[in-house]
Design a protein around this ligand. Structure first.
Ligand SMILES: Nc1ncnc2c1ncn2[C@@H]1O[C@H](COP(=O)(O)OP(=O)(O)OP(=O)(O)O)[C@@H](O)[C@H]1O
Length: 384
């Protein structure tokens, strides 16, 4: 009886049983606000069950993209598909209402009903969808237990902590068994420890629900730890799309290289002179072809760069010590180059210097990668 009702409802609303989910295909999606493109033609295709992170700096179009998936904004161009269902088209030939999409959304503000208990909040979307009382109750029990908040069921939102409120918001989102879970910076109001804990919980929810998740954040650590796929965005476009590992190991642009990684890679602007790269009076290796002139951006990973106590050592760039941070069993040393660029150097031991002290930065005989003046990867072989 229950499963028949569930199946009927699933067919009507696009909701599903706990085990199924939909792939997500976004094709040339656009959103203009008053002639300005907030989202400027993005395309992404991920299989069912993926955890897609939309990552990028403030204003790059992440939230607008998520709002189009949720149905809170209509696209001005392109298409969105959940599985083989067209959810929205920019030309207006298809537009599925938000409640019919089979998508659940969690914002950074939890927006719980203050006058309803935790259980009533969680069961609310099921009441709206006219689930029978008994089914609502058993689904409520199930998600309360999934999020480990069963003992809070009879409390009001004002009687529980911020982290617990966030779990209630997540429980409420997954209660109607959406095929697609949409998260807009859901952890940004939590303190550092709770963020890590709730991150783990979110991953468990994602896996056990089997849904496809889309998660917006500007925090690359969050993206690297949670994503199966990352769409790194900048100025309304996708700068690079791939697995966390691909973005980390093979950045396609200088922006990607400096946005991803702990610490991220360093970029040094080099002049091309007689087939060689030079920066701050130091030779930085052979210039990649075509090496007629102009500038090349050389990428150095933090572990590729060394530090010399004597700033005047031949081949060293004179720099200024800024700070040092322990990271796992290494130290990340921050140094400022003569043009003010902050560089990160990773090494086994800390340095005995004070901020503002002089030191030398020893670059390897060749960079780890090159980018052209506009930041695009030069696929030339790196040589010293
Ligand atoms: N309703 C709106 N009307 C006009 N412009 C808007 C509207 N919503 C967003 N924008 C603009 O679109 C661009 C993208 O905004 P969006 O909120 O999608 O960025 P974001 O990457 O999510 O940023 P953040 O991380 O700060 O939330 C911004 O320049 C923003 O000012």
């Amino acid at each position: 009886m229950t499963s028949t009702i569930g199946t009927d409802r699933a067919e009507r609303t696009g909701m599903r049983s706990e085990a199924s989910s939909a792939s997500l295909t976004i094709t040339d999606l656009r959103k203009d606000f008053g002639g300005t493109a907030a989202v400027d033609g993005i395309s992404v295709d991920v299989p069912a069950g993926s955890f897609l992170v939309l990552l990028g700096p403030s204003g790059c179009g992440k939230t607008t993209t998520l709002r189009m998936l949720a149905g809170l904004e209509n696209p001005t161009g392109g298409e969105i598909r959940f599985g083989d269902r067209v959810i929205a088209r920019g030309d207006g030939t298809a537009l599925v209402a938000p409640a019919e999409r089979g998508a659940g959304l969690v914002f950074q503000s939890y927006a719980l009903w203050p006058h309803k208990t935790v259980r009533q909040n969680i069961e609310w979307p099921l009441t709206v969808a006219r689930w029978p009382k008994e089914e609502r109750r058993s689904r409520g029990d199930r998600v309360l237990s999934m999020l480990a908040i069963s003992d809070l069921a009879d409390r009001y939102p004002g009687e529980i902590s911020g982290g617990q409120q966030q779990r209630v918001a997540i429980a409420r989102m997954i209660a109607p068994q959406p095929e697609v879970l949409l998260f807009d910076e859901p952890l940004s109001n939590l303190d550092a420890r709770l963020r890590v804990e709730t991150r783990g919980e979110l991953m468990r929810v994602h896996r056990s629900s089997g849904a496809t998740s889309v998660y917006v954040t500007h925090d690359q650590v969050e993206a690297m730890t949670m994503a199966t796929h990352i769409a790194l965005m900048k100025d309304g476009r996708i700068e690079q799309f791939g697995t966390p590992r691909e973005l980390l190991e093979s950045p396609r642009t200088a922006f990607a290289a400096t946005f991803i990684g702990t610490p991220p890679a360093n970029i040094v602007e080099c002049r091309v002179h007689e087939g060689r790269l030079r920066a701050f009076g130091v030779d930085c290796g052979a210039a990649p072809p075509p090496s007629g002139g102009g500038t090349v951006r050389a990428m150095y990973r933090a572990g590729s760069v060394g530090i010399a106590a004597d700033a005047s050592e031949p081949g060293c760039v004179e720099a200024t010590f800024a700070d040092q941070v322990p990271m796992a069993d290494r130290w990340v040393i921050g140094v400022d180059l003569p043009d003010g660029t902050r560089m990160h150097v990773s090494r086994d031991t800390p340095v005995g210097l004070l901020p503002g002290d002089a030191l030398g930065v020893r670059l390897p005989s060749a960079p780890d990668a090159y980018f052209d003046a506009s930041g695009e990867l030069l696929d030339a072989e790196v040589s010293g």
